[in-house]
Every structure is written in C-alpha cells, then in structure tokens.
Write a protein that binds this ligand. Sequence first.
Ligand SMILES: Cc1ncc(COP(=O)(O)O)c(C=O)c1O
Length: 392
Amino acid sequence: MSKSHIMDIVKRHEDWRSQCINLIPSENIMSPLARKAIASDLGHRYTNPEGFYRGTKFSDELIEEVEKLACRLFGAKVAFVNVLSGHMAVLSALFALSETRDVIMMPSPEDGGYPLNVAPLARKLVYFPFDKENMNIDVDAAVERISETKPKLIFLGASLFLFPHPVREICKVANEVEATVVYDGSHVLGLIAGGEFQKPFTEGASVLLGSTHKSLPGPQGGIVLLKDDELAERFKEVLGFPPVLVDNIHLHRLAALGITLEEMLVYGKEYAKQIVKNAKALAETLYKGGIDVACPHLGFTRSHQILIRAGGREREIANLLERANIIVDEEIRLGTQEVTRRGMKEREMKILGEVISELINGERKPEDVRDYVIELSKEFQDVHYCFKGDFP
Ligand SMILES: Cc1ncc(COP(=O)(O)O)c(C=O)c1O
C-alpha cells in the first residue's frame, strides 16, 4: 500500500498538539461540526455574485445565511464574510477608507499594535501615544495627536490587548476631524460576540473587523462588519466583484464560520465569561508564584490575554514551556480561549499557573512536569460551548 509522507507529518503534528496545552492567544479549535463542514464538498466549489457558475443554489443560500448570522451576532447592518484573513480585513478598510498620502493612526507594534506595513501603500502612519503602566492608549495625548495630525482613518484594537480601548473618547475627536474609526477586533471578536470586553458599535466605531479564529473559535479567515449602510458601497468596491482583494471566497470556510456563529449565538455568553474568568485566575496564580504579570493594579486583564513581563527571557521561557508541552508565543502573551473551549476552569488555571511559575522560577525542570501536562491535556480533549451529537 502506498503511504503519504505528508499525512504522516499531519498525524505527528495532531498527536503532539493534542498532548499539549496551548496558550497562544491567536489560536483556537473549531467545533466538531465546523470541522465537518470545512471538509465538505463546498471546498471544491466556486461561486460568484454574477451567477457565472452553475450548481450554486445551496452555496448561494449559504452565503446569505452566514451574512445574516454575522449581522445578528454582532449587531451589524452589513457583513462581508468573504474576507480570507484578518490581515485582508485590515487591508480592505485601508483601501476603502483612505487614499495615498492620507494619515492612518493605530497602536504601535511596540505597544502591542498589529505590525502592519503600509509603506507600499503610500499611507503615512502615526501611532497612538501609549500608557505602558496601564497598558492602554493614553487618551488625553491621543486626543491631542488626532487634532494635530488629522488622520483619515483610525484603527483601534491590538494584538496584545488586555483592556478595552477608549472607543468613545477617540470617536468623539475623530468626528471633529472627520476620521473614520475602525475597530480591529481580531483578538477579541469571540468576547465581543459573547457580550464581554466592550461594544465597539455602541461606543461609536463604524467598522468592526478582524480574524475569525482567535477568541472567535471559527475557521482561519476574516470578517468585516459595518454598523450601518453608509460605508457599504466603499467596501463593496474592494470586497465585491469584479475582484480587488477577494475572488474565490472558499465556501467550506464560510460554512464552518456559519456554524461557529450559530454556536456563538447559543453558547457565546457562557464561553466568553469563562475565558475572562480563566485569564484572571491564571494571572492571579502566576503573580502569587512570583511572576511579573502586567497590570496587577487593574486585575491583570479584561480579555482572554495576560502578559508576562519576562525581562529579556522571552525566548528562553517559550522554549522552556514548549519542552513541558505548554505552547506560548515569544512575547509571553498567554491566552485562555482554547483551554476554555476544552472545558478548563479556574481549578485547571491554578494548576497551570503553578506549573508555569515553577518552570519560570527554575524550581522544576520541563522534563519533570511534561508527563503531568500530558495527563492534564488528555482529560480535556472535548470541545465545549458547541453543538453536540451525531451529525449527518
Ligand atoms: C490585531 C490584529 N489584526 C490583524 C491580524 C491579522 O490577522 P490574520 O492572521 O487573520 O491575517 C492580527 C493577527 O494576528 C492581529 O493581531
């Protein structure tokens, strides 16, 4: 029998990662039903808005339903669900809402902002002033900078994102200089969907966009949501047909996204609440274990993320934890969305926090705790906050 070397790699990856505890805040796991949809026949098919392809009567219905679900879940008037990534969602806003030489304002990558390279697009980037102690935009200085630099487009939201951004305050001054405010919810869309963290539309943002696979536990992809019709035509120019940023919309991804949105409508509140509780519990335990966790004076976090200030040991710590089957990124942002999906609660956060503290403090070696982490991981293989049962 012939054997696929690639499938062997996939299998080794799956076996290993199922024995790990993942704390990378940008990742998550889909529900069994969403995974089923992503492996469906839809992944072989095309459609386009002008009806060029035949055989699309169900896929066209699918697109319409997923758009409706997205609008319902996020309280939006218009949804573009054809966007292939969070990055592309950001680009679509740049193209739709600004022109060359316009000033764009966003949080700096040094302060946890998304490291977007606008140089080839000939936009001028201005960063928000940032208050490192409180890990948030410095509102007064930001208001001043917006009045001075008059950006055309303002992005709120970040990759390192512990506390809600001052959307109301920024929108007020943005109105005065006629800037559009876009909220990049890549990291926190799952929390927003569950009514946690903040409400960007209610607070004044016109656009909510981002990745669909971080705290929102969907397939890898992107989404753009508009509060009302006003900007719809401008987004249609870059996300519609004929194509600028998207042509083939990957219908299997869309089906998986639709199922995720349906599941979030049912389970989102409970899921989002537990994520934040878990993040706080993990931070608290680490802090008690002598770890320098950012912002103890603010309760550490209000999102799925916490930040360990590792003082130059970031790479060493990421490697150390990986040897113990605990997976983190090299900024040592820890995210609780995936462990929450797997059913972990405060009790497990305390266990994990103690293990991680002991590893970082050098009190235990990775090899001494790895089997214990594997055992813990084995207990939490199911996906929670999703539809259950045998699916057709
Ligand atoms: C704030 C923010 N925006 C956009 C992106 C890009 O999203 P994607 O990885 O889905 O392209 C990221 C990625 O991590 C992000 O953190």
